[in-house]
Write a protein that binds this ligand. Structure first.
Ligand SMILES: [Zn+2]
Length: 104
């Protein structure tokens, strides 16, 4: 990789000196933006795969306990009937807090 970088840098200096540095910097900026956007999309795909793998284990919550999720921001409480994933739902832009009560 370093062996490729040295001739590429030499070509970039020749192009920059003769034709202007915008012909060197613009493709570099485009490559950085392309890599960043592809990496962002890849994160979304891996996150969705994580949810997909957990979806098979959806199971009703047992009758001996009651699980509530509450929002710290507005006070909304949600009763959990079927657990699909281990992740807490979001409300007001943040994760809700889990509270499990054991029934008699
Ligand atoms: Zn809320």
């Amino acid at each position: 990789m370093i062996l490729l970088l040295i001739p590429a840098a030499a070509v970039a200096v020749v192009i920059g000196v003769n034709y202007g540095w915008q012909w060197v910097l613009a493709p570099l900026l485009a490559a950085v933006l392309l890599r960043w956007s592809i990496a962002s999309l890849r994160v979304l795909v891996t996150d969705a795969k994580h949810l997909e793998a957990e979806a098979g284990g959806a199971a009703p919550v047992g009758s001996d306990e009651r699980t509530l999720f509450w929002c710290e921001e507005c006070g909304t409480e949600v009763l959990l009937l079927v657990r699909g994933t281990s992740r807490a739902p979001s409300h007001c832009g943040q994760r809700m807090h889990e509270r499990t009560e054991i029934r008699n």
